[in-house]
Design a protein around this ligand. Structure first.
Ligand SMILES: Cc1cc2nc3c(=O)[nH]c(=O)nc-3n(C[C@H](O)[C@H](O)[C@H](O)COP(=O)(O)OP(=O)(O)OC[C@H]3O[C@@H](n4cnc5c(N)ncnc54)[C@H](O)[C@@H]3O)c2cc1C
Length: 437
């Protein structure tokens, strides 16, 4: 795509690099700021905001979020749902552009939302495409030029701001630049970590990135024969027998280990331990029946045994637990044939089975990689960005927003919320900075 001479010859007030959730939010906020100005405090004619996107369309990742339903926020938001080496940055930005303000913002753009019983916010239509459409339609009404297939390869500091180079040889001059390039997670959507390199070349430190919200790998034997089984259970991540985090919900057994929302929540902790100097001793303890205590389970098993003493043990758990899980536990704990009669096992055996069903321990070997991860932990050190404006404290005029920063949230709408909040903040502040000059 050739670039309009008005863009290539002017110094653009705000150039946004990356057209994901954060970049689009920044474009709307900056575009609205300039649309509200009666006189333009710049020389870029009708293009005060330019968004450069490497792919052939903006917002592709948004379409894949929430299994195509886009879990765009969460009610409520708490500081502890976010992780950063500079916690003040997400805390302050999310107070300024908080959850209720985000819902009002989306409503003002024309998107009606719904909140499910777990507090997750979705578009009312449950269509991620509706979210992207609403953002794109708004941008079309604003003085924002969106240029696709423009991967930025280099950002150079100049006296009046920046010179931005793209792979096809285009150069654009900018008073301010917003880095919204995302991280390394899910490279299929255009994220290759290039934002880190652009910022590093300008002197910005990086906190070593690692995949988060990702499936967990266990010893193969621990999941053998259980592939494809889904259960509602509780998973506790333990390190050297100390509990680190506990989550309840749908757990999926796979050929490499475990998946499902509770498992994704635990994955950050796995990576933290593996990256530490004491990486051994990680396990996941699964409670297959979190709604029942051991006594209730013993009572139920005792009744089953006493009522059907001649039945084979393979049916002992039938009616309470997934058949394959029940058989796996019975074989493992009692070490006797599943063809044995139920009446042949003692009360002590039943106690051991009840304990086991609430304490199945799997050895953790790692996590899946960038391709499967939903989010990047680590990234541009947030310590070098003003927690009120997201402007770099090292390079005036440079801003960052979204996943490129060393901020990540839990599963449940927190990461998109961060993208909207930080994108809006950076977009507004960059436009304000140019106009206040
Ligand atoms: C499968 C999946 C499901 C998810 N579901 C949810 C969910 O339901 N709720 C939730 O809160 N979070 C979810 N997430 C996480 C969430 O989507 C991201 O955290 C969020 O989209 C990050 O937004 P961003 O704008 O910072 O980065 P991205 O969305 O990654 O956007 C970055 C953009 O920058 C472009 N780019 C990169 N480098 C350059 C360059 N050098 N030049 C120009 N352009 C560049 C990329 O092509 C991309 O379009 C999900 C993630 C995945 C992968």
């Amino acid at each position: 795509m050739s670039v309009d001479p008005q863009i290539s010859q002017a110094i653009i007030p705000v150039v946004i690099i990356g057209g994901g959730a954060a970049g689009l939010a920044a474009a709307i906020e900056a575009g609205q700021y300039f649309a509200g100005q009666t006189t333009l405090a710049h020389d870029s004619g009708s293009y005060p905001v330019v968004l450069l996107e490497s792919q052939n369309r903006v917002g592709r990742k948004i379409l894949a979020t929430g299994n195509g339903r886009c879990n765009l926020s969460h009610v409520p938001l708490t500081d502890s749902d976010y992780h950063s080496t500079e916690q003040i940055v997400p805390n302050q930005i999310l107070r300024r552009f908080d959850g209720p303000k985000t819902l009002d913002w989306f409503r003002s753009l024309g998107l009606f939302c719904r909140i499910d019983d777990d507090g997750r916010v979705f578009p009312y239509s449950y269509q991620a495409a509706a979210v992207l459409d609403i953002l794109r339609l708004k941008i079309e009404q604003l003085p924002v030029s969106v240029l696709t297939e423009k991967p930025v390869t280099h950002v150079k500091r100049e006296q009046q701001g920046f010179r931005i180079f793209t792979a096809d040889g285009t150069t654009i001059r900018a008073h301010t630049a917003i880095l919204a390039t995302g991280g390394l997670a899910a490279p299929a959507f255009g994220c290759d970590g290039s934002g880190y390199l652009l910022a590093q070349a300008l002197g910005h430190p990086i906190i070593q990135p690692f995949p988060a919200l990702v499936q967990i790998c266990t010893q193969k034997e621990d999941v053998k024969g259980l592939e494809g089984i889904r259960i509602e259970g509780t998973a506790t991540l333990e390190w050297q027998n100390r509990p680190l985090r506990c989550e309840t919900g749908e757990i999926l057994f796979t050929n490499y280990g475990l998946s499902g929302p509770p498992i994704l929540q635990l994955s950050r902790g796995v990576q933290q331990v593996l990256n530490s100097d004491k990486p051994n001793g990680l396990t996941i303890r699964i409670d297959f029946l979190p709604g029942l205590d051991e006594q209730a389970i013993i009572g139920w098993l005792t009744e089953r045994r006493n009522q059907n003493p001649e039945r084979p043990l393979e049916h002992l758990w039938t009616g309470l637990l997934h058949k394959k899980i029940g058989q796996m536990l019975t074989k493992k704990i009692l070490g006797i044939s599943l063809a044995s009669q139920a009446g042949s096992i003692s009360d002590d055996h039943l106690d051991r089975l009840a304990r086991a069903v609430k304490n199945e321990c799997l050895t953790v070997t790692g996590t899946r990689g960038w391709r499967e991860a939903q989010v990047t932990a680590g990234g541009l050190s947030a310590a070098f960005f003003n927690p009120e404006t997201l402007e770099s404290t090292l390079i005036p005029g440079l801003y960052a927003a979204g996943e490129v920063l060393d901020v990540d949230g839990d599963c449940g709408g927190y990461n998109l919320q961060w993208a909207w909040s930080s994108g809006r903040c950076a977009g507004y502040e960059a436009a304000l900075a140019v106009c206040s000059k």
